[in-house]
Design a protein around this ligand. Sequence first.
Ligand SMILES: *[C@@H]1O[C@H](CO)[C@@H](O)[C@H](O)[C@H]1NC(C)=O
Ligand SMILES: *[C@@H]1O[C@H](CO)[C@@H](O)[C@H](O)[C@H]1NC(C)=O
Ligand SMILES: *[C@@H]1O[C@H](CO)[C@@H](O)[C@H](O)[C@H]1NC(C)=O
Length: 621
Amino acid sequence: MSTLNNLVAYFCTTLAILILMGHFPCISSAKTSQRCTYIIHMDKTLMPTVFTSHHHWYTSIVDSLTSTSTPAASFNDPKSMLPSSPKVLYSYDKALHGFSALRSFRDDGLPPVPSKWKGACESGQEFKTSMCNKKLIGARFFNKSIKAADPKVKLNMNSARDIEGHGTHTASTAAGTFVDGVAFFGYAPGTARGVAPRARVAVYKAVWEYGVHSSDVLAAFDQAISDGVDVISISLGFDGLPLYEDPVAIGSVAAMEHGVLLSSSAGNAGPFLGTLHNGIPWALTVAAGTIDRQFSGILSLGNGHTILGWSLFPANALAGPHEIIICTDMGTTLDQMSTIMGLKVAAAIFISDDPIDNNLLGGAPFPGIIINSKEGRSVVKYAKTTKRPWASMRFQQTSVGSRTAPAAAVYTSRGPSPSYSGILKPDLMASGSQILAAFVPLTGAATIGNNIILSSEYALLSGTSMACPHASGVAALLKAAHPTWSPTAIKSAMMTTANPLDNTGNPIKDDGEATKPASPLAMGSGQVDPNRALDPGLVYDATPQDFVNLLCSMNITKSQMLTITKSSKYHCLNTSPDFNYPSFIALYDNKTKTRVKTFQRTVTNVGPGGVATATYKARPP
Ligand SMILES: *[C@@H]1O[C@H](CO)[C@@H](O)[C@H](O)[C@H]1NC(C)=O
Ligand SMILES: *[C@@H]1O[C@H](CO)[C@@H](O)[C@H](O)[C@H]1NC(C)=O
Ligand SMILES: *[C@@H]1O[C@H](CO)[C@@H](O)[C@H](O)[C@H]1NC(C)=O
């Protein structure tokens, strides 16, 4: 038994040499020689000039990986992670495979585009008008401000085409059609679909790799509204701006006036209070929650003991015999992993009892499994007391329903809203952690080692960016079911029927607060529930003038007010901050002795069958 104790890893100690044995397809080992397909994407700008094409370059790299042999595998050494004879399937050079994700945006069975639609599919770089269909009915891009800021700029992908994956992921989460046989490197296999699979999609690209300009975002809002959209989903926000300078706040006023709901992400600056953006009274602000799905690896010890742990390693195991390192310290798994990255070991076992941390982890770039401390003790004991300990790892395991969920994600930004604290924000929570949705296959979706980047047409992403389109999809369903409801009524229906309980029937917990119950500043009214939102009974409605009255109660100047309303037709008719909102917040400083606040609300009956009168009784929760 040899150890790596001299490598001073501040968390990790190698306790044993285990033999890693592969039993599964796509495992390279001394004995097997299977061919596996890997799609490899590398930074094209780094291509040495000796290569005539990217394909040539990729192929040479793969060849070099398979022709050399190193005694011990290392995480930095891609060869150790590759099957014995990998092949480059695609190299994304020019023809960008024409939106592979259009598989989520097929228009099978959809009726013709509604006549009220005034949008367009603008052609541009690698995007033709004919790429739109009855599902993807609009595609526009907004690049004027980028040019204004830097007249010499040359835009990469000057069209509505997504080169980053974020837009494709969020759009397919809101409204992707059914796609069978989807997975992320073996994890989360099944049929993918958006929340509103029969809704149409129009995309407006206003964010460029050179940055995002308020005026491009505003132009996109204006265009979307005049094109006739019903819901705007924006997984983007501006931090630290007052309402009258925030393009999302300004753009969404016109949306509200035109009956369009703006659904936006709260931000990923949690778990600290007062960090959220898009805390806009006339928009829906969506927090992110976890889901009940777990991705795992199975660790099998030579003594027959099997352990299910957390993993997202994007392949099945490589071969041994090599060393597996066991990390016994209880630092964060991320810290343990970064320590390991520099060591020459084949695989790792991390010991951690922090389910939150483990849930947050993306795919580890090397074969690794996170196990709890109880299991950890038995593994360490086995490794220390056995003459020739060995183990094998099996990845790509998915279980659903095995976790308490939802919980407010640790990263989800918290209220109160810095731009206006008088309305409780966020409004509600939707699924945001480890969401599988369509992606652009020219962007890395997972990594193996330091320089193999795997691409995928479906990717697992986490953030309020992923939560927002879930809520947007629900809003689209409600708009279809209740075409006459105002955006404020739709928002109210979603908020008042949101579920404050998790799948164990207990109050939703907060992963950012040591799993204490989540406060409304983390999750708003609770987890959005599409079915209950269809029939809320009563709604807290409001008109654009009501929002103006709210603005009038804020300490802003006339001209600041005008930048928001963009119309002198509005006047202050009432200056009460007690707005007819479907939630309540009262703020006190420590000096306030009497903490009593009276709220006034008006509800509108939207019960089934247009019943004119109904009786509701208020009761404490
Ligand atoms: C913006 O798009 C238009 C239309 O395709 C194009 O003519 C213009 O050059 C683009 N601007 C920049 C900075 O690339
Ligand atoms: C109102 O705004 C002015 C100018 O920004 C500021 O000086 C003043 O303290 C504010 N008053 C309140 C009550 O917030
Ligand atoms: C208010 O009181 C709480 C609890 O006593 C304390 O933690 C907090 O710092 C105080 N806040 C301010 C603004 O003084």
